[in-house]
Write a protein of this length. Structure first.
Length: 399
Protein backbone atom coordinates (compact mmCIF):
# COMPACT_ATOMS: atom_id res chain seq x y z
CA UNK A 1 0.00 0.00 0.00
CA UNK A 2 1.43 3.37 -1.03
CA UNK A 3 0.86 6.32 1.30
CA UNK A 4 0.96 9.89 0.05
CA UNK A 5 0.34 13.26 1.66
CA UNK A 6 -1.32 15.79 -0.63
CA UNK A 7 -0.13 19.36 -0.02
CA UNK A 8 -2.05 22.24 -1.56
CA UNK A 9 -4.06 25.34 -0.78
CA UNK A 10 -6.34 24.36 -3.67
CA UNK A 11 -8.76 21.98 -2.01
CA UNK A 12 -12.43 22.25 -1.06
CA UNK A 13 -13.42 22.96 2.52
CA UNK A 14 -16.64 23.32 4.48
CA UNK A 15 -17.02 26.94 3.37
CA UNK A 16 -15.77 26.60 -0.23
CA UNK A 17 -17.22 23.50 -1.79
CA UNK A 18 -15.78 24.11 -5.29
CA UNK A 19 -12.40 25.58 -4.33
CA UNK A 20 -9.76 23.42 -6.00
CA UNK A 21 -12.30 20.71 -6.72
CA UNK A 22 -10.15 19.46 -9.61
CA UNK A 23 -7.46 18.43 -7.10
CA UNK A 24 -10.00 16.59 -4.96
CA UNK A 25 -11.48 14.89 -8.02
CA UNK A 26 -8.13 13.48 -9.18
CA UNK A 27 -7.35 12.27 -5.67
CA UNK A 28 -10.73 10.57 -5.31
CA UNK A 29 -10.26 8.83 -8.64
CA UNK A 30 -6.80 7.69 -7.59
CA UNK A 31 -8.00 6.27 -4.27
CA UNK A 32 -10.92 4.52 -5.95
CA UNK A 33 -8.83 2.67 -8.48
CA UNK A 34 -5.51 1.82 -6.83
CA UNK A 35 -3.74 0.64 -3.70
CA UNK A 36 -3.05 4.12 -2.40
CA UNK A 37 -3.82 5.74 0.93
CA UNK A 38 -3.80 9.51 1.24
CA UNK A 39 -4.39 12.34 3.62
CA UNK A 40 -4.53 16.03 2.70
CA UNK A 41 -2.95 19.13 4.19
CA UNK A 42 -4.79 22.10 2.71
CA UNK A 43 -3.68 25.23 4.58
CA UNK A 44 -5.89 28.31 4.58
CA UNK A 45 -4.85 31.92 5.25
CA UNK A 46 -4.89 32.90 8.90
CA UNK A 47 -7.68 35.35 9.63
CA UNK A 48 -9.03 35.53 13.20
CA UNK A 49 -12.48 37.00 12.68
CA UNK A 50 -15.17 37.83 10.13
CA UNK A 51 -15.47 41.35 8.68
CA UNK A 52 -18.02 42.12 5.99
CA UNK A 53 -15.66 44.55 4.23
CA UNK A 54 -12.95 41.86 3.99
CA UNK A 55 -15.05 38.93 2.76
CA UNK A 56 -12.13 37.63 0.69
CA UNK A 57 -10.30 36.68 3.89
CA UNK A 58 -13.16 36.44 6.39
CA UNK A 59 -14.39 33.26 4.73
CA UNK A 60 -11.37 31.46 6.20
CA UNK A 61 -12.12 32.44 9.80
CA UNK A 62 -14.36 29.47 10.55
CA UNK A 63 -12.94 26.85 8.18
CA UNK A 64 -12.52 23.75 10.41
CA UNK A 65 -8.97 22.77 11.27
CA UNK A 66 -9.82 19.17 10.43
CA UNK A 67 -12.61 17.59 8.43
CA UNK A 68 -13.36 14.43 6.54
CA UNK A 69 -14.45 14.87 2.92
CA UNK A 70 -15.59 11.86 0.93
CA UNK A 71 -13.78 9.56 3.33
CA UNK A 72 -10.49 11.48 3.11
CA UNK A 73 -8.84 13.09 6.15
CA UNK A 74 -8.26 16.79 5.41
CA UNK A 75 -6.32 19.18 7.64
CA UNK A 76 -6.52 22.98 7.36
CA UNK A 77 -3.66 24.54 9.31
CA UNK A 78 -3.33 28.32 9.11
CA UNK A 79 -0.56 30.27 7.41
CA UNK A 80 0.27 33.96 7.33
CA UNK A 81 -0.67 35.97 4.24
CA UNK A 82 0.38 39.60 3.89
CA UNK A 83 -1.90 41.12 1.23
CA UNK A 84 -0.22 42.76 -1.78
CA UNK A 85 3.34 42.79 -0.40
CA UNK A 86 3.67 39.18 0.75
CA UNK A 87 4.06 37.35 -2.58
CA UNK A 88 7.74 36.55 -2.06
CA UNK A 89 7.27 35.49 1.57
CA UNK A 90 4.18 33.32 1.19
CA UNK A 91 6.04 30.11 0.17
CA UNK A 92 8.00 30.24 3.43
CA UNK A 93 4.99 30.97 5.64
CA UNK A 94 3.15 28.17 3.85
CA UNK A 95 6.09 25.79 4.31
CA UNK A 96 6.10 26.39 8.07
CA UNK A 97 2.40 25.54 8.25
CA UNK A 98 2.82 22.44 6.08
CA UNK A 99 5.86 21.20 7.98
CA UNK A 100 4.34 21.21 11.46
CA UNK A 101 1.09 19.67 10.24
CA UNK A 102 2.88 16.98 8.22
CA UNK A 103 5.13 16.13 11.14
CA UNK A 104 2.12 15.77 13.42
CA UNK A 105 0.37 13.53 10.88
CA UNK A 106 3.45 11.33 10.72
CA UNK A 107 3.69 11.12 14.53
CA UNK A 108 0.02 10.12 14.65
CA UNK A 109 0.80 7.04 12.59
CA UNK A 110 0.26 7.96 8.94
CA UNK A 111 3.73 7.17 7.58
CA UNK A 112 3.52 8.85 4.19
CA UNK A 113 6.23 8.10 1.66
CA UNK A 114 5.75 11.01 -0.72
CA UNK A 115 4.45 14.59 -0.82
CA UNK A 116 2.05 15.35 -3.66
CA UNK A 117 2.02 19.11 -4.28
CA UNK A 118 -0.41 20.97 -6.52
CA UNK A 119 0.13 24.41 -8.08
CA UNK A 120 3.76 25.47 -8.35
CA UNK A 121 3.70 28.81 -6.56
CA UNK A 122 3.52 29.16 -3.65
CA UNK A 123 2.29 25.60 -2.97
CA UNK A 124 4.88 23.67 -4.96
CA UNK A 125 7.79 25.67 -3.60
CA UNK A 126 6.53 25.13 -0.05
CA UNK A 127 6.07 21.42 -0.76
CA UNK A 128 9.68 21.19 -1.97
CA UNK A 129 10.98 22.91 1.18
CA UNK A 130 9.01 20.59 3.47
CA UNK A 131 9.92 17.44 1.52
CA UNK A 132 13.60 18.24 1.93
CA UNK A 133 13.16 18.80 5.66
CA UNK A 134 11.26 15.53 6.03
CA UNK A 135 13.57 13.68 3.64
CA UNK A 136 10.83 12.32 1.36
CA UNK A 137 10.45 12.66 -2.43
CA UNK A 138 7.83 14.95 -3.90
CA UNK A 139 5.75 15.53 -7.00
CA UNK A 140 4.37 18.87 -8.17
CA UNK A 141 1.46 19.29 -10.56
CA UNK A 142 1.34 22.46 -12.66
CA UNK A 143 -2.21 23.72 -13.09
CA UNK A 144 -2.05 26.80 -15.32
CA UNK A 145 -1.53 30.31 -14.01
CA UNK A 146 1.34 29.12 -11.82
CA UNK A 147 3.42 28.37 -14.93
CA UNK A 148 1.78 30.59 -17.55
CA UNK A 149 1.92 33.77 -15.45
CA UNK A 150 3.72 33.56 -12.10
CA UNK A 151 6.85 31.95 -13.56
CA UNK A 152 7.41 35.16 -15.55
CA UNK A 153 8.22 37.07 -12.34
CA UNK A 154 11.95 37.04 -11.60
CA UNK A 155 12.15 35.67 -8.05
CA UNK A 156 9.04 33.42 -8.12
CA UNK A 157 10.32 32.09 -11.45
CA UNK A 158 13.63 31.13 -9.86
CA UNK A 159 11.81 29.42 -6.98
CA UNK A 160 9.60 27.49 -9.41
CA UNK A 161 12.62 26.27 -11.38
CA UNK A 162 14.38 25.21 -8.16
CA UNK A 163 11.33 23.28 -6.96
CA UNK A 164 10.79 21.63 -10.35
CA UNK A 165 14.39 20.51 -10.69
CA UNK A 166 14.35 18.92 -7.24
CA UNK A 167 11.09 17.06 -7.75
CA UNK A 168 11.10 13.31 -8.31
CA UNK A 169 8.65 14.04 -11.12
CA UNK A 170 6.66 17.03 -12.36
CA UNK A 171 3.16 16.73 -13.78
CA UNK A 172 1.35 19.08 -16.13
CA UNK A 173 -2.32 18.85 -17.09
CA UNK A 174 -1.68 19.70 -20.74
CA UNK A 175 1.07 19.46 -23.34
CA UNK A 176 1.07 23.25 -23.61
CA UNK A 177 1.99 23.51 -19.94
CA UNK A 178 4.75 20.92 -20.40
CA UNK A 179 6.21 23.03 -23.20
CA UNK A 180 6.15 26.09 -20.95
CA UNK A 181 7.76 24.24 -18.03
CA UNK A 182 10.53 22.80 -20.18
CA UNK A 183 11.16 26.26 -21.63
CA UNK A 184 12.06 27.28 -18.08
CA UNK A 185 14.92 24.80 -18.14
CA UNK A 186 13.24 21.76 -16.58
CA UNK A 187 14.30 18.48 -18.21
CA UNK A 188 11.58 17.14 -20.49
CA UNK A 189 11.97 13.58 -19.19
CA UNK A 190 11.02 14.82 -15.71
CA UNK A 191 7.74 16.35 -16.92
CA UNK A 192 4.73 14.09 -17.48
CA UNK A 193 1.43 15.14 -19.03
CA UNK A 194 -1.52 13.75 -17.06
CA UNK A 195 -4.63 15.48 -18.24
CA UNK A 196 -7.69 15.87 -16.05
CA UNK A 197 -10.55 13.59 -16.95
CA UNK A 198 -14.26 14.16 -16.55
CA UNK A 199 -16.59 12.35 -14.19
CA UNK A 200 -18.98 10.96 -16.79
CA UNK A 201 -21.21 9.50 -14.07
CA UNK A 202 -21.78 12.89 -12.46
CA UNK A 203 -21.88 15.09 -15.56
CA UNK A 204 -24.66 13.55 -17.64
CA UNK A 205 -27.25 14.67 -20.15
CA UNK A 206 -30.64 15.84 -18.89
CA UNK A 207 -33.77 16.80 -20.79
CA UNK A 208 -32.94 20.45 -21.61
CA UNK A 209 -36.56 21.55 -21.95
CA UNK A 210 -37.44 20.13 -18.56
CA UNK A 211 -34.48 21.89 -16.92
CA UNK A 212 -35.30 25.16 -18.69
CA UNK A 213 -38.82 25.06 -17.31
CA UNK A 214 -37.40 24.33 -13.86
CA UNK A 215 -34.97 27.26 -14.11
CA UNK A 216 -37.45 29.58 -15.90
CA UNK A 217 -35.22 29.97 -18.96
CA UNK A 218 -36.43 30.91 -22.43
CA UNK A 219 -34.90 31.43 -25.85
CA UNK A 220 -31.29 30.66 -26.75
CA UNK A 221 -29.24 30.18 -23.59
CA UNK A 222 -25.51 30.80 -23.36
CA UNK A 223 -23.47 30.05 -20.25
CA UNK A 224 -20.09 31.38 -19.08
CA UNK A 225 -18.61 29.61 -16.06
CA UNK A 226 -15.62 30.62 -13.95
CA UNK A 227 -14.30 33.03 -11.35
CA UNK A 228 -15.39 36.60 -12.04
CA UNK A 229 -11.95 37.90 -12.95
CA UNK A 230 -10.67 39.60 -16.09
CA UNK A 231 -8.73 36.60 -17.38
CA UNK A 232 -11.93 34.53 -17.74
CA UNK A 233 -13.38 36.97 -20.27
CA UNK A 234 -16.91 37.31 -18.88
CA UNK A 235 -16.92 41.02 -19.80
CA UNK A 236 -16.23 40.18 -23.45
CA UNK A 237 -19.16 37.76 -23.47
CA UNK A 238 -21.44 40.43 -21.96
CA UNK A 239 -20.37 42.84 -24.71
CA UNK A 240 -20.97 40.17 -27.36
CA UNK A 241 -24.52 39.81 -26.08
CA UNK A 242 -25.27 43.24 -27.57
CA UNK A 243 -24.77 41.71 -31.02
CA UNK A 244 -26.82 38.61 -30.16
CA UNK A 245 -30.34 39.97 -29.53
CA UNK A 246 -31.97 36.53 -29.40
CA UNK A 247 -29.61 35.16 -26.75
CA UNK A 248 -29.75 35.08 -22.95
CA UNK A 249 -26.68 34.61 -20.78
CA UNK A 250 -26.01 32.79 -17.52
CA UNK A 251 -22.81 33.82 -15.72
CA UNK A 252 -21.82 31.29 -13.06
CA UNK A 253 -19.16 32.21 -10.53
CA UNK A 254 -18.17 34.76 -7.96
CA UNK A 255 -15.42 37.32 -7.74
CA UNK A 256 -14.28 40.90 -7.80
CA UNK A 257 -15.58 41.68 -11.30
CA UNK A 258 -19.29 41.33 -10.54
CA UNK A 259 -19.91 45.07 -10.13
CA UNK A 260 -18.07 45.87 -13.37
CA UNK A 261 -20.01 43.22 -15.28
CA UNK A 262 -23.31 44.66 -14.11
CA UNK A 263 -22.18 48.17 -15.04
CA UNK A 264 -21.19 47.07 -18.55
CA UNK A 265 -24.49 45.24 -18.98
CA UNK A 266 -26.43 48.33 -17.90
CA UNK A 267 -24.50 50.56 -20.32
CA UNK A 268 -25.25 48.16 -23.19
CA UNK A 269 -28.91 47.68 -22.19
CA UNK A 270 -28.53 43.90 -21.96
CA UNK A 271 -29.04 43.50 -18.19
CA UNK A 272 -32.48 41.97 -18.70
CA UNK A 273 -30.95 39.08 -20.62
CA UNK A 274 -28.29 38.16 -18.05
CA UNK A 275 -28.65 36.07 -14.92
CA UNK A 276 -25.81 35.96 -12.40
CA UNK A 277 -25.47 32.73 -10.44
CA UNK A 278 -23.16 32.43 -7.45
CA UNK A 279 -21.09 29.31 -6.78
CA UNK A 280 -23.26 26.20 -7.11
CA UNK A 281 -22.92 22.52 -6.33
CA UNK A 282 -21.76 20.19 -9.07
CA UNK A 283 -25.23 18.67 -9.33
CA UNK A 284 -26.71 22.12 -9.95
CA UNK A 285 -23.97 22.85 -12.45
CA UNK A 286 -25.02 19.76 -14.39
CA UNK A 287 -28.49 21.26 -14.75
CA UNK A 288 -27.09 24.59 -15.92
CA UNK A 289 -24.91 22.95 -18.56
CA UNK A 290 -27.84 20.83 -19.72
CA UNK A 291 -30.12 23.86 -20.07
CA UNK A 292 -27.64 25.82 -22.22
CA UNK A 293 -27.28 25.78 -25.98
CA UNK A 294 -23.55 26.31 -25.63
CA UNK A 295 -20.83 27.22 -23.17
CA UNK A 296 -18.43 30.09 -23.82
CA UNK A 297 -14.91 30.23 -22.37
CA UNK A 298 -13.27 33.51 -23.37
CA UNK A 299 -10.13 33.12 -21.26
CA UNK A 300 -6.82 34.86 -21.89
CA UNK A 301 -4.93 31.88 -20.41
CA UNK A 302 -5.78 28.36 -19.26
CA UNK A 303 -4.08 25.18 -18.13
CA UNK A 304 -6.69 22.48 -18.69
CA UNK A 305 -10.17 24.01 -18.38
CA UNK A 306 -12.40 21.37 -16.81
CA UNK A 307 -15.53 23.35 -17.59
CA UNK A 308 -15.19 22.41 -21.26
CA UNK A 309 -15.25 18.70 -20.49
CA UNK A 310 -18.06 19.09 -17.97
CA UNK A 311 -20.22 20.98 -20.43
CA UNK A 312 -19.62 18.50 -23.24
CA UNK A 313 -20.38 15.57 -20.92
CA UNK A 314 -23.82 17.15 -20.48
CA UNK A 315 -24.23 17.26 -24.26
CA UNK A 316 -23.52 20.99 -24.57
CA UNK A 317 -20.87 22.10 -27.12
CA UNK A 318 -18.39 24.90 -26.44
CA UNK A 319 -16.88 28.04 -27.91
CA UNK A 320 -13.42 28.69 -26.47
CA UNK A 321 -10.40 30.85 -27.07
CA UNK A 322 -7.38 29.01 -28.45
CA UNK A 323 -5.20 29.25 -25.35
CA UNK A 324 -3.35 26.79 -23.11
CA UNK A 325 -4.85 23.31 -23.19
CA UNK A 326 -8.08 24.22 -25.01
CA UNK A 327 -6.82 23.08 -28.45
CA UNK A 328 -6.09 19.69 -26.86
CA UNK A 329 -9.71 19.42 -25.73
CA UNK A 330 -11.65 20.90 -28.65
CA UNK A 331 -10.38 18.90 -31.62
CA UNK A 332 -13.54 18.03 -33.57
CA UNK A 333 -16.81 19.72 -34.62
CA UNK A 334 -18.77 17.58 -32.14
CA UNK A 335 -16.96 19.39 -29.32
CA UNK A 336 -17.62 22.90 -30.58
CA UNK A 337 -15.22 25.46 -31.98
CA UNK A 338 -12.15 27.51 -31.11
CA UNK A 339 -11.63 31.21 -31.76
CA UNK A 340 -8.17 32.56 -32.55
CA UNK A 341 -8.71 36.15 -31.47
CA UNK A 342 -9.95 37.11 -28.02
CA UNK A 343 -12.25 39.91 -29.08
CA UNK A 344 -15.95 40.73 -28.91
CA UNK A 345 -16.38 40.37 -32.68
CA UNK A 346 -14.66 36.97 -32.86
CA UNK A 347 -16.55 35.67 -29.83
CA UNK A 348 -19.78 36.77 -31.50
CA UNK A 349 -18.81 35.05 -34.76
CA UNK A 350 -17.91 31.85 -32.92
CA UNK A 351 -21.24 31.80 -31.08
CA UNK A 352 -23.22 32.46 -34.26
CA UNK A 353 -21.35 29.78 -36.20
CA UNK A 354 -22.00 27.14 -33.55
CA UNK A 355 -25.66 28.10 -33.15
CA UNK A 356 -26.17 27.93 -36.92
CA UNK A 357 -24.64 24.45 -37.17
CA UNK A 358 -24.72 22.78 -33.75
CA UNK A 359 -23.68 19.16 -33.25
CA UNK A 360 -26.18 16.68 -31.87
CA UNK A 361 -26.04 16.51 -28.07
CA UNK A 362 -25.44 12.76 -28.21
CA UNK A 363 -22.45 13.32 -30.52
CA UNK A 364 -20.96 15.82 -28.10
CA UNK A 365 -21.43 13.40 -25.23
CA UNK A 366 -19.81 10.54 -27.15
CA UNK A 367 -16.86 12.76 -28.02
CA UNK A 368 -16.05 13.60 -24.40
CA UNK A 369 -16.27 9.99 -23.24
CA UNK A 370 -12.73 9.57 -24.58
CA UNK A 371 -11.60 11.88 -21.76
CA UNK A 372 -12.24 9.42 -18.95
CA UNK A 373 -10.09 9.27 -15.82
CA UNK A 374 -9.06 5.65 -16.44
CA UNK A 375 -5.95 6.28 -18.52
CA UNK A 376 -4.85 9.24 -16.41
CA UNK A 377 -5.08 7.30 -13.16
CA UNK A 378 -3.28 4.27 -14.65
CA UNK A 379 -0.41 6.55 -15.71
CA UNK A 380 -0.38 8.27 -12.32
CA UNK A 381 -0.14 4.92 -10.51
CA UNK A 382 2.78 3.94 -12.76
CA UNK A 383 4.43 7.25 -11.95
CA UNK A 384 3.98 6.73 -8.21
CA UNK A 385 5.42 3.23 -8.52
CA UNK A 386 8.48 4.48 -10.38
CA UNK A 387 9.18 7.10 -7.72
CA UNK A 388 8.56 4.91 -4.68
CA UNK A 389 10.67 1.95 -5.85
CA UNK A 390 13.83 3.97 -5.32
CA UNK A 391 12.66 7.40 -4.19
CA UNK A 392 15.82 8.98 -2.81
CA UNK A 393 17.95 8.17 -5.83
CA UNK A 394 15.23 9.53 -8.11
CA UNK A 395 15.19 12.80 -6.20
CA UNK A 396 18.92 13.07 -5.75
CA UNK A 397 19.70 12.42 -9.40
CA UNK A 398 17.47 15.30 -10.45
CA UNK A 399 19.22 17.98 -8.43
Amino acid sequence: MKRILVATTLYPNANQSRHGIFVETRLRQLLKNSEVEAQVVAPVPWFPFKIASMEQYSIYADVPKHEQRNGIEVFHPRYLVIPKIGMLLTPFFLAISLFFCARKIRKNGFRFELLDGHYFYPDGVATALVAKMLKVPYLITARGTDINLISNYKIPGKMIRWAARGAARNITVSSALKDKLTSLGVAADKVHVLRNGVDAELFVMHDPQKIRRELSLIGTVLVSVGNLVESKGHALVVQALKQLPDCNLLIVGKGEQLTDLKRIADELNVSGRIRYIDEVSQSDLVKIYSAADLLILASSREGWPNVLLESMACGTPVVATRVGGTPEIVTAPEAGCLIDERSVDEITKGIRALLESPPQSAETRRYVEAFSWNQTIAELVDLLDSVMINPMSKTASSQ
